[in-house]
Design a protein around this ligand. Structure first.
Ligand code: PEP
Ligand code: MG
Length: 564
């Protein structure tokens, strides 16, 4: 079995078709007729533009107008007079042939995009590489692999699925995609999701390991590829594919519906995201808002902090995507298990109890103010539904300080003050929840950390995993008391830890009075459906039983029975 990134959900069972993209080579020859060579280049560009527009038109009809924009963007890039004039100059002044001129200029743009600070711009380097390969093919008369005519049940296996390949392929007949590169936010991932083709990306040496024409299973749910499955495996996966389709059909009934209990109590299902692009998944999966944007991801995989404007763009993008729905953005949560090398955080003996999250931010006020200013601006410019959330609060004075800084940022910018709330992740915050609630516009319970701090069991340490249980009565009592404190103070209470998506806990959370469940985009419909199963009275009955139990194991067994 090969492992990779589960980039597009579903199970695909079919036969391997390998599309290996060799690096294009050519002989550089001195140019004899400069004008002729420039004409040759321009003819190739015109052909590229015609072909690409055709592709985009087809895609608009068959996939999704928004996704076709990615391909249309290739036309815009290669129609840029500056880019083309640079190629012309290289032919005129350096006597380069059309191929070398195009490659030099496009590589230059690619490198520039690759060095950009933000992920979105870096992503454009993939587009430039795609444009380069296709333009060189046209210039050299190399046939592109025929992706338009594929036999039914094809699983495409390739080094990298470029946007143009995705646009071109006969997607009716493609049941799975396996690539050697690309992540969740690459264009190939976005497009395979739009086409609803199961995809596993970043599978090491896939094109060399897998054999043309052999049977293969693509498990886009778990990120696994099963090469030459046995009969038993084949049957098991056919059943799983069947179950997946059934469940999908069942959940379709909840698309566009309000979230409510069986007796009509309104709830909300929000989404947890890690970058602005995930906002699209949240919107497309019918999230009613964003309950947690983990902004630390904007600070990772780079050499310095993102500036105020870059952060503003990212926050604004999510709010724009969510079209006026609530967007809760958590301020920087570094430290603990979240390392950011350029911040030079000193290695600590107890990182989870150390210099992390709001503790770091309040001691690095200048950097924190950049984030707060970016948030205040994004809130102002997108209609005022951005809420600021503070992680790892352990003392009332921390939230008071944050409120002061947010107010100062708003005053400096002459803009309104956004709502400010806190994550409840520490025992101190839970014990003081009634007081904390007076200083907060909302609560969101971070059960991932709250569980580890209540149980004094590191969330990543397998040796103490037997203690790290949200089902533990100690954690459940905390949840009940936090929600009750928030309710008494009249503020909304949400949950953005993994427990919010656990169907076994849903009746308890309904009974305790949780308002908002923030889950991964793929869990939205399932969570909505589970909430809809319970009346308040039934949920209370379950809670009453659970609260009499003494151990996590008993609770788990009880809930397993209760949700049947
Ligand atoms: C949590 O602790 O529950 C949470 C949502 O935050 P993170 O997992 O990012 O620490
Ligand atoms: Mg946390």
């Amino acid at each position: 079995m090969l492992k990779g990134i589960a980039a597009s959900e579903g199970i695909g069972i079919g036969k391997v078709r390998i599309i290996s993209q060799q690096k294009i080579t050519y002989d550089t020859k001195p140019v004899i007729g400069v004008h002729k060579e420039i004409d040759r280049l321009h003819d190739a560009i015109d052909t590229f533009i015609d072909k690409t527009n055709q592709l985009a038109d087809e895609m608009e009809k068959s996939v999704n107008p928004k996704e076709a924009k990615i391909i249309r963007g290739h036309v815009t890039m290669l129609s840029d007079p500056f880019m083309v004039s640079q190629m012309d100059e290289l032919i005129k002044n350096d006597n380069k042939c059309a191929e070398a001129a195009a490659e030099t200029v496009l590589d230059m743009f690619k490198n520039m995009f690759q060095q950009a600070g933000d992920e979105l711009t870096r992503q454009r380097a993939t587009d430039v590489e795609d444009i380069k390969t296709r333009l060189l093919r046209i210039l050299l008369g190399i046939e592109e692999a025929d992706l338009k005519h594929l036999p039914p049940g094809t699983v495409l296996v390739t080094n990298d699925l470029t946007p143009s390949m995705t646009a071109e392929m006969d997607h009716e007949n493609v049941v799975g995609i396996v690539t050697e590169s690309g992540g969740m936010t690459s264009h190939s991932a976005i497009l395979s999701r739009a086409l609803e083709i199961p995809a596993v990306l970043s599978v090491l040496n896939a094109t060399a390991t897998l054999k043309e024409g052999s049977n293969i299973i693509v498990d886009g749910i778990n990120g696994e590829v099963i090469d030459a499955p046995t009969m038993d495996q084949q049957e098991a996966y056919e059943q799983r594919r069947e179950d997946y389709f059934e469940e999908k059909k069942r959940l379709q009934a909840y698309v566009g519906k309000r979230t409510e209990t069986a007796d009509g109590m309104s709830k909300e299902v929000f989404c947890n995201i890690g970058n602005p692009k995930d906002g699209i998944a949240a919107r497309d999966r019918d999230g009613e808002g964003i309950g947690l944007f983990r902004t630390e991801f904007l600070f990772m995989d780079r050499n310095s902090m993102p500036g105020e404007d870059e952060q503003y763009e990212a926050y604004k993008k999510v709010c724009d995507t969510m079209e006026g729905k609530t967007v809760i953005i958590r301020t920087l949560d570094v430290g603990g298990d979240k390392e950011i090398p350029y911040m030079n955080l000193i290695k600590e003996d107890n990182p989870f109890l150390g210099y992390r999250a709001i503790r770091y931010c309040l001691q690095n006020e200048d950097a924190y103010m950049l984030q707060l200013r970016a948030l205040v601006r994004a809130n102002h410019d997108t209609g005022g539904n951005l809420w600021i959330m503070v992680p790892m609060v352990a003392s009332i004075s921390e939230i008071m300080q944050v409120r002061k800084l947010v107010a100062k940022a708003a005053e400096d910018l002459s803009m309104p003050i956004p709502k400010v709330g806190t994550m409840i992740e520490t025992p101190a915050a839970f014990i003081m929840a009634d007081v904390l609630a007076r200083h907060c516009d909302f609560f969101s319970i971070g059960t991932n950390d709250l569980t580890q701090y209540i149980m004094a069991a590191d969330r990543g340490n397998a040796s103490v995993a037997y203690l790290y249980k949200t089902y533990d009565p100690a954690v459940l009592r905390a949840l009940r008391s936090i929600i009750s404190a928030g309710k008494k103070a009249g503020i909304p209470v949400g949950m953005c830890g993994e427990a919010a998506a656990d169907p076994m806990l849903i009746p308890l959370l309904i009974s305790f009075g949780l308002d908002e469940f923030s889950v991964g985009p793929t869990s939205v419909l399932h969570t909505r459906a589970e909430i809809n199963r319970w009346t308040k009275a039934q949920a209370d009955e379950v809670a009453k039983g659970v609260l009499q139990l003494e151990t996590a194991e008993e609770v788990k067994m009880f809930l397993k029975e209760a949700i049947k």
